[in-house]
Write a protein that binds this ligand. Structure first.
Ligand code: DHB
Ligand code: FE
Length: 276
């Protein structure tokens, strides 16, 4: 059994640990197991229920949905931990659809969208600064979001990979500005065990409409975040728990264009405080 021997602090562990030391693996995994044990006791979980849970995990693996299910429930918490560790603008989940090679869009230019995209035009603009409020020139603001039908370029339905995503570099005053069209709410894959579980829990598989950002500059901690639209559907009950209040943007329109404004602050690439 994978859980066997977890309480033995003295046993030599030969697990290949990636970035985690064996001590840290021991600390984290024993706490996970103990946490689950407490839940089982609190709810008086029966052996049949336990077996059903094990089989659900098997089914989730067979459907290839282990990453999806874990991300739905846990990724946002890891983002919060990183936010607390680094400081700077509050980030949130990356989601599965970031592509590193998005086209460079000139500052002031347009992200590629469908010719027949009738969604409201959107301006995405703001600044990138350091924690002292000094502008960061030449920072990369990588932006990606859904099509008007809720898909992602380079991922779904043969949409070209250079559509609905692009990188813009900040100018000498740390400013960036691009045009696109507003995204729509997005339904995560809902035909498998993850969607079924969310439904059994009385939930759903929708995320509010959102614009993704990844902001990078040499010497700074990369910020991964999203912007949401005030009053938008699912802003209050994102299936991925990825919404933080500062990321919800007011309904600002200028000349018929929706404006999404973010003044990002990047923290130095050093962990200021590490959660034990
Ligand atoms: C998922 C999709 C997204 O576009 C996103 O931002 C977060 C999660 C998903 O399919 O899990
Ligand atoms: Fe997304």
């Amino acid at each position: 059994m994978p859980g066997e021997g977890l309480d033995s602090g003295t046993r030599t562990r030969s697990v290949r640990s990636g970035e985690m030391s064996n001590n840290r693996i021991h600390a984290v995994v024993s706490d996970i197991v103990n946490g689950i044990r407490q839940v089982l006791v609190r709810h008086g979980v029966t052996f049949d229920e336990y077996r059903a849970g094990v089989m659900y995990a098997v089914k989730t693996g067979e459907a290839g949905e282990i990453p999806l299910m874990l991300d739905v429930f846990l990724n946002s918490t890891v983002s919060d931990i990183e936010n607390a560790a680094y400081g700077g603008t509050e980030g949130t989940i990356e989601g599965p659809y970031y592509l590193p090679n998005a086209p460079i869009i000139p500052n002031g230019g347009e992200i590629l969208t469908y010719d027949d995209d009738r969604n409201v035009p959107m301006v995405v603009r703001g600044t990138v600064k350091d924690l002292e409020g000094q502008p960061i020139a030449g920072a990369t603001v990588d932006i990606w979001h859904s099509t008007p039908d809720g898909y992602y370029g380079g991922i779904h339905n043969d949409i070209p990979a250079n559509y609905y995503r692009g990188k813009v570099l900040t100018d000498s005053e740390g400013r960036y500005f691009v045009r696109s069209t507003v995204p729509v709410p997005y339904k995560i894959p809902d035909q498998g065990p993850t969607g079924a579980l969310l439904e059994m829990m009385g939930g759903h598989s929708w995320r509010p409409a959102h614009v993704h950002f990844k902001v990078r500059a040499d010497g700074y901690h990369t910020l991964t975040t999203q912007s949401y639209f005030e009053q938008g559907d699912y802003v209050e009950d994102d299936c991925c728990n990825g919404v933080r209040p500062v990321q919800v943007k007011p309904d600002v329109r200028e000349n018929g264009e929706k404006v999404i404004e973010n003044d990002f602050q990047l923290a130095p690439d050093v962990i200021a405080s590490r959660a034990a």
